[in-house]
Design a binder for this molecule. Sequence first.
Ligand SMILES: Cc1cc2nc3c(=O)[nH]c(=O)nc-3n(C[C@H](O)[C@H](O)[C@H](O)COP(=O)(O)OP(=O)(O)OC[C@H]3O[C@@H](n4cnc5c(N)ncnc54)[C@H](O)[C@@H]3O)c2cc1C
Length: 328
Amino acid sequence: MKDILIIGAGPVGLYAWSCAGMLGLSGYIIEGNDSPGGQPWELYPEKALYDMPGFPEIKTKTFIENLMAQVNNNSNQITYFGKTNILTVDEKNNGFTVTLTTSEILNVKTILITTGNGVFTPIRLEHLDPNHEYNNLWYAVKNLEPCTNKKVIILGGGDSAVDWANHFVEDNITKDVTIVHRRELYRAKESNVQKLQKNKITELKPYHIKNVDTSANQIIGLTLEHEDTKAILELTGDYFIVQYGAKVAPTMLQQFTLETAPFRKIIIQPSGQTSHPHIFAAGNTAYYEGKYYNMVTGFGEAINALFNITKIIHGNKYHPGYLSDIKK
Ligand SMILES: Cc1cc2nc3c(=O)[nH]c(=O)nc-3n(C[C@H](O)[C@H](O)[C@H](O)COP(=O)(O)OP(=O)(O)OC[C@H]3O[C@@H](n4cnc5c(N)ncnc54)[C@H](O)[C@@H]3O)c2cc1C
């Protein structure tokens, strides 16, 4: 039986993974999405972070890549399973037998839940085969370079759509940006909405998409219909960025009967322990009164939970010491 199963490989799960490795814990980490990285990787990889200790400014994508590099240095005792979820959990012999949706069976002594806000899947553009990949249709902006001096069409009217429209112009990626929104009013911060005009962004609203013109792996253009006048507009572009928000899949953690707070958050003690003595939680999924939900808070909770997990594995008197000593 291995020491630990970490559920969720967002930033907090990734940090827990490398620390668990450094602490000498054996086990597994599972991730429901195609790739690890969680919300920062899926939702805002190109933005800068300003609140990471030791980094005055760092691109989110680079920060997540650094977390992954840290994992690679310390992960040899922890096995990763991607695009999988938990099917059943049985408690037996002072541990857990966990069956995954991909049929693997894992036997572990403890569990650390780092499932954040759940598995994110972007809301997709209608009119398209969901199983077909289009090179110039993006649901998350993971690399700005291809858009340099190209015609970029942004679909959506929320904060991230408006943010991206401004970002492309303000960071001198391209001046040719169009935003298409199906309502007259944006659902975004007013100061950013006002920047759209200043940045000379073409605003097409209220328009909805009537048809998408494709060729092999490319989007060629969109047919738009005005919500009121029903006038038709044909719009071509080089890159199409859909920012309709994301659906959060049900947590699929109903196999655990843990004490929860509103929004299905899991209540934890200062030790990171949930209402089950061998199940811990950290990051956005974990709740206590007065908590500020950000990455640094989650990292602290994760290492603290792991420290208490080492006590379950090695006995209450065990103290792992500082990781700088362990790694020497
Ligand atoms: C636009 C935006 C900007 C932000 N800016 C900042 C910032 O500047 N600084 C900052 O510190 N924080 C910021 N945050 C908050 C930060 O992203 C979160 O605090 C952080 O992502 C929490 O990390 P997490 O690992 O707990 O959860 P998540 O990032 O949500 O990751 C959870 C992971 O678990 C996986 N998962 C979920 N359920 C299961 C399951 N049942 N089985 C397997 N895998 C599962 C998910 O797919 C995901 O990969 C921002 C958030 C947003 C939306």
